[in-house]
Design a protein around this ligand. Structure first.
Ligand code: PLP
Length: 715
């Protein structure tokens, strides 16, 4: 080729920049480039672009770019990437110009991609999707999280069906991380006080489109051995580790921003884990002015808080002793007493026995707070009403913004290709436009046959993904069952998926509650049903592990073997395969404990349908035609009675509507009623349950300075 050397160098340089920006995680054409460079490395490393690049010598990369077809594709993707990065005309430039300083978004987990395992479940995935949409909308946005070198565990299931946990080390060199340095190229070091110790923190910069996420890390030779491992695992270790991680996240995060000269327009606490940030803001303010009331007012005016769960165990609580041991040095600087500190985390300051609750601290120190669905907002107002004595429950100042998903990031290559062809490539920029999606009801955009072909292709993709995974699983465990893998599951059968964390309130085994009744329904040779399960239990959740064991038992049941499978190691990659291939996404939590739930929102763009308890987001989404409800909009207090009732309702809707609708075909083999539901689901749900809509609501309601509500707590 006649290209001068420099042109190639600059192309490979631009290509490296692309690999170091997670923009590629929501652009399948960009992913294709990395996959093509080394398919084996790509698969082996959970789709890690940096490891693919590290695998290639400079010579190979240069030579590969001599291939005109490949180079053209690279150039196309780079142009798209660079024009995205340089664009000055965005949603925010039009609707949020007043937001001149960045939003600082604090979260203990960020689920951005399967190659960066610093998340455990829905909370992290939501934070990742929030960040991606903030970038897409052009909002100045900085995420603050922790760099967990050993991440969240990888799951293996032993022959008895019991979950085992593995924690492989992640080397920052193998991840798209840049060490944060100052203008002299020296590492930026901050520190926090934990008890009497000083713990040093370095930070890694992660580019997520136009947004930046800083990940804090205590794995430094400057620290005592004990503190080097502090940020090792997602929610790892004992209560001392927990409070230590939260001090690093909240206090360390504010200090990092200060050391970089960043003054955020608002601090957004995504769940209570980061709420210690308010104490650091308070300490700093007090040092400047010495005036407590003024300092408190200043802190609350800068902070907002999102609560994510009505499950009591989901709210961190620390004893007075632990707070004393962890904070005495830090807090002594303020000149205030230990009881003063405790009061920020107590509903009733007069009760010395009350623990310090992070949610209470966050609520007291924020200008606004919200839950993550309409019902969850209501449940949260009830849950925290004692903090607002003298007010009626409905006046408790906790609002709601219903969660969404970052649709372009969840859509598979097949789905992108399908929509690009029919809607044009800019459909990803139209996610909030309700009238745009009305076209889907129209046969002219995609015929029933085309939609059905899409469903077949995605179901086939899923089944082949599962067969590959199970073959690997069987090979590892000594070949048991490997002979039958090639014919496991049927591409023609109604495929129901259930995948999420195995928290017991999500009730994975509910569908088998009365096995004798469910068996004939599932194994009907005319109308077979197959079930795919995946999910991790928290390492200390014995009951959750028993649920996994129960599902694994079902996969071996003589009548269910080959129709019920459990896929190990649920992560964003497994999730993407499942949400694309599922005909039906099953969600049966104990109402009202699923604050929002988001996994069901990921199926919509692929033509999957939701079958769900009327909890979280589905209560607001269901219209009678866009999926199915299990039961009605009410809760039963008695757990056993609720399981019984929900099983009956699940059975009834499967037998009465889901299965017949799927298997009733017209003369061309099309299930017309089913396709009608898919169209209704896409039209009504795509434009609402996405993070562009969600983030734009955060901007309008909470982020914009003029949106600041008067402080709820101090009247
Ligand atoms: C989307 C997602 C979740 C959240 O699922 P819920 O249904 O909200 O519990 C959890 N884990 C992974 C890996 C996900 O992709």
């Amino acid at each position: 080729m006649a290209l001068p050397n420099g042109a190639h160098n600059s192309l490979s340089h631009r290509f490296r920049t692309l690999a170091y920006n997670l923009w590629w995680t929501w652009n399948p054409q960009a992913q294709e480039l990395f996959r093509q460079l080394s398919p084996l490395t790509w698969e082996r490393t959970s789709h890690n672009a940096i490891e693919v690049l590290n695998e290639l010598s400079a010579q190979e990369l240069r030579a590969r770019l001599y291939d005109p077809d490949f180079r053209n594709k690279v150039e196309q993707v780079l142009e798209e990437f660079e024009s995205y990065m340089n664009s000055t005309s965005t949603w925010a430039s039009e609707h949020a110009a007043a937001l001149t300083q960045p939003v600082a978004y604090f979260s203990a987990e960020f689920g951005l991609h399967e190659s960066l395992p610093i998340y455990s479940g829905g909370l992290g995935v939501l934070a990742g999707d929030h960040t991606k949409s903030a970038s897409d909308l052009g909002i100045p946005f900085i995420g603050i999280g922790l760099f967990y070198r050993q991440g969240y565990f990888q799951q293996r299931i032993d022959p008895s069906g019991w979950q085992q946990e593995l924690y492989p080390f992640k080397n920052p060199e193998e991840l798209p991380l840049e060490l944060v340095t100052n203008e002299r190229g020296e590492r930026v070091l901050n520190s926090v006080e934990i008890g009497h110790s000083v713990v040093y923190i370095q930070a890694w910069r992660l580019h997520v489109g136009r947004a930046i996420v800083y990940l804090l890390d205590t794995n430094l030779p400057e620290n005592d051995q004990h503190f080097q491992g502090l940020t090792g695992h997602v929610y790892g270790g004992d209560i001392d580790t927990r409070i230590g991680q939260e001090i690093v996240l909240g206090i360390g995060g504010v200090r990092l921003l200060r050391s970089l000269g960043i003054s955020p327009s608002v601090y957004h606490m995504n769940e209570g884990h980061s709420a210690f940030l308010t104490l650091e803001l308070l300490r700093h303010e007090l040092r400047l002015t010495g005036n407590l009331e003024q300092a408190e007012r200043s802190v609350t005016s800068q902070c907002i808080f999102t609560t994510h769960t009505p499950v009591p165990a989901g709210h961190d609580r620390f004893s007075s002793e632990l707070m004393y041991h962890s904070f005495n040095k830090f807090w002594s600087e303020t000149g205030r007493s230990h009881e003063d500190l405790m009061n920020y985390g107590r509903i009733n300051p007069a009760d010395p026995g009350e623990l310090f609750t992070m949610t209470v601290l966050a609520l007291k120190m924020s200008r606004s707070a919200n839950g993550v669905s309409e019902l969850h907002g209501r449940v949260s107002r009830e849950m925290w009403k004692d903090l607002y004595a003298g007010r009626a429950v409905k006046e408790v100042p906790i609002g709601h913004i219903t969660n969404g998903v970052h649709t372009p990031g969840w859509a598979t290559l097949t789905a992108h290709t399908f929509w690009n062809k029919r809607l044009g490539v800019d459909w990803t920029a139209k996610l909030m436009d309700t009238s745009y999606w009305e076209k889907i009801e129209n046969d002219g955009l995609a015929t029933d046959e085309e939609l059905w072909a899409l469903r077949y292709q995605l179901r086939r993709d899923l089944i082949e993904f599962i067969r590959t995974r199970l073959r690997e699983q069987y090979l590892r465990t000594g070949g048991e069952g490997s002979m039958s893998v090639d014919h496991l599951l049927s591409p023609d059968a109604l495929t129901i998926c259930f995948a999420r964390r195995f928290a017991t309130y999500k009730r994975a085994p509910l569908i088998f509650h009365h096995l004798d009744r469910m068996l004939p329904l599932i194994t009907n040779p005319e109308r077979p049903v197959q079930l795919v399960f995946a999910g991790k239990a928290h390492p200390r959740d014995i009951e959750g592990k028993k649920y996994i064991q129960k599902i694994v038992e079902m996969t071996r049941h003589p009548q269910l073997a080959g129709r019920v499978v459990f896929i190990e190691n649920y992560d964003m990659n497994v999730a993407r395969a499942l949400v694309a291939g599922a005909d039906v996404w099953l969600n049966n939590p104990r109402r009202p404990l699923e604050a929002s739930g988001t996994s069901g929102q990921k199926v919509i763009i692929h033509g999957g349908l939701n079958l769900s308890i009327m909890d979280g987001w589905w209560r607001e989404a269901y219209n009678g035609l866009n999926g199915w409800a299990i039961g009605d909009d009410s809760s039963v207090a008695d757990i056993e009675a609720q399981d019984e009732k929900d099983f009956e309702n699940l059975y009834a809707v499967l037998a009465g509507s889901v299965i017949p609708d799927f298997y009733t075909r017209n003369e061309r083999g099309i299930p017309e009623r089913w396709i009608q539901r898919i169209r209704n689901s896409m039209r009504t749900l795509i434009p609402l349950f996405n993070t562009d809509r969600m983030v734009s609501e955060y901007v309008r309601t909470y982020y914009l300075p003029h949106a600041s509500l008067p402080h709820p707590f101090r009247t």
